[in-house]
Design a protein around this ligand. Sequence first.
Ligand code: SF4
Ligand code: SF4
Length: 491
Amino acid sequence: MKLFRFRGGVHPHGHKLLSNQQEIDVLPLPRRLYVPVQQHIGVPAQPVVVPGQKVLKGELIAAAQGTLSAAVHAPTSGTVVEIGPFTAPHPSGLPVTTIIIDSDGEDRWCDEQAHNTDPFSLTPQEISDRVAAAGIVGMGGATFPSALKLHLGHKQRVHTLIINGGECEPYLTCDDRLMRESADTVIDGVRIMVHAIGLEGASIAIEDNKPQAYAAMRSAAEPYPEIRVVRVPSLYPMGSEKQMIQFLTGIEVPAGTRSAEIGLLVHNVATAHAIHEAVRFARPLVSRVVTVSGGAVRNKRNLQVPIGTLVQELFDYCGLVENPARLIMGGPMMGQVIPHTRVPVVKGTSGIIALSQRELGEMQTMPCIRCGRCVGACPVGLMPLELMARVRAADFDGAIDYGLHDCISCGSCAYVCPSHLPLTQFFNFAKGELVTRDVEKRKNDYTRKLAADRQARLQREAEEKKRAAAERKAARAAAKAAKATEQETQA
Ligand code: SF4
Ligand code: SF4
């Protein structure tokens, strides 16, 4: 298979051996789970349970609202104790509506489980319905509703399906362990997707720093020649959707375009596993594998964790050797800093990284020396130093001209910057400001529209009143004239 290169990229230290040596362990069931109704891109799900209600594992607790949404299910059996705002790892940093469940310790599944349905006897629509019913979202961190992606697949003439086993972020090894330990179910999920989209095959890309995962997947895929397992070099950000597409196909997805629009779909290996569970056994997405790593963690490992488990529970189980200097959900390059440990694991949580003070370092920032290293590292071909200068001057329109919207926040520029400038933070700040500006503009437009509508309504009502008064006056005059005529006739 011919492979291509993408621009830039960096080679950060992987730190993979810290957590990928042991088999996936199962976290003991927490006593209380905090399940946000929004764990996906799109519209929040709507709770369908009330406090005091008993639920079984896998039972629907919040229903999807439209297609760009995802259902949420009870991660264990127990009682709903509260529904209200709670801190969630959402980009807004705001609390989101969360369903809090006290476990009864029995972890009893609801009986809607199907028993090994043959997925290849189902229609594409039946498969995406099952995926939607299971509340599956992109588990690599993108959290786009998977059923909608499959649906786009059978609507938009997708010609290429890529399964992303890149896991290029340092520290993360959850996909590595999943591929090693569950290669058969991942391959089955991939075959189900191929069938659902009506393709002839798919390519699974795995970075060359995961030789055991590559071997396990090759062996599991051997009976299915339509499934190609491809070894790709460890080059960050290989696991980023657009870079992986470019590497495997040579196609550059234009900025602002979804890959599905040009016939390319990318799903993560953990999503393939979840699709296998949902389509064959009607099991919703209620738990996932999470890497717990970083210098502050005593026993670094991968854990099978119920959705809604607080980060603190992971640390209670794995232990800490020091207070974390920084907590990150996801990987350290593109993950999200979380403020404390009372934040729940959600469907897109691939890892919880607790960095030690030593790992974080004492990196003093210095002025830009215009060395150009950031330009060479950027996989999108931007000029990060110029972008940063525009953002610093609050010239957001200038930053847009320099490609701010194309920036994938991969952190490669900041990684190579000898002046330790927090370039990605600048860009994320600017993107946040633009979102705020856009929201404000929409609010103002809406207010202006309301005011204009009100003015038009008042004017209409005034004219209506005037017309009615004129009509009444005319009627009164006509009645008076008629009465006068009648009196004249009588006289
Ligand atoms: S790498 Fe850092 S110091 Fe070098 S040009 Fe870019 S921003 Fe400036
Ligand atoms: S964070 Fe943005 S500007 Fe920096 S390397 Fe990545 S894509 Fe380029």
